[in-house]
Design a protein around this ligand. Sequence first.
Ligand code: NAP
Length: 277
Amino acid sequence: MITLGGRTVVLTGASGGIGAALAAALVDAGATVLAVGRDPMKLNAMVHRHRPGAVVPVTADLCTPAGRAAVVAQAATMSPSLLVIAHAQGAFGLFEDQAETELAALVQTNLVAPMLLIRAMLPLLQAQPGAAVVAVGSTFGALAFPGFAAYSASKFGLRGLIEALGREHAGGTVRFQYLAPRATRTAFNTPAVDALNAELKTAQDDPKDVATQLLDAIRRGDRRRQLGWPEKLFARLNGVFPALIDRALRGQLPVVRRHARAASPVVLEKTHEIASH
Ligand SMILES: NC(=O)c1ccc[n+]([C@@H]2O[C@H](COP(=O)([O-])OP(=O)(O)OC[C@H]3O[C@@H](n4cnc5c(N)ncnc54)[C@H](OP(=O)(O)O)[C@@H]3O)[C@@H](O)[C@H]2O)c1
């Protein structure tokens, strides 16, 4: 088991639902958390919720070189041995209704920014014994879901990045872990996603429980872990018998389409335009 006490952890998405719960669990385990987010007010509120010095805030937009440089500069003063990537953006809707800029920004946030931050942080991590890079993925990183095409693509990409790096660094000092939560009750999910989950009877976890499971996987050094049952089974089935999952999701498609339409004003605008002509 890996000990977390005394470690400095760089945690992105620290102001988010899962990130804030994970920050609290890491602080309870004796770690110092360098908390990264874009909103200084949210980060300062976190600082005051924990023992003095346990949370060090860094305001940074990880999609910018300046934002990533600010994280690395602060981390360089604190000998970090764990980088946890827990930031992301979502986008629920039918692919053809989503704007080009939205799709590009999503991939930039969920895949390009983690890739470049990991690259920039590696020299610092390699200087510490028992270092690890932990990426928070998603069930949709193993089982691509209709209505979440770009998000699924970004999480498949993140999983591939972490798996390849783990293999490239086999026998090295830095461990690479990809840990995938299932649906979790946070602000990440819009009302349309919540409505879809309710109709499909998709279980949603509490962020505190997710944080507990993530911490356990970090301590155990798991290279990969899917959280939740039956998601564990479905993610594996998708790898071995994807046609089975194709068939199951085909049945859910009308429900997905209805909620996706409700989520995408582009479609409503188009329908309105057609109706008024
Ligand atoms: N919630 C779910 O159902 C669910 C399910 C499976 C996997 N996940 C994954 O779990 C992770 C955490 O999700 P969550 O539910 O905690 O999401 P959340 O509550 O929406 O939090 C997202 C976090 O990402 C940060 N962020 C977004 N874009 C950023 C950027 N460009 N630069 C810096 N920070 C940025 C946000 O910070 P600001 O304060 O700057 O906005 C916030 O801290 C994500 O990787 C998500 O894909 C979530």
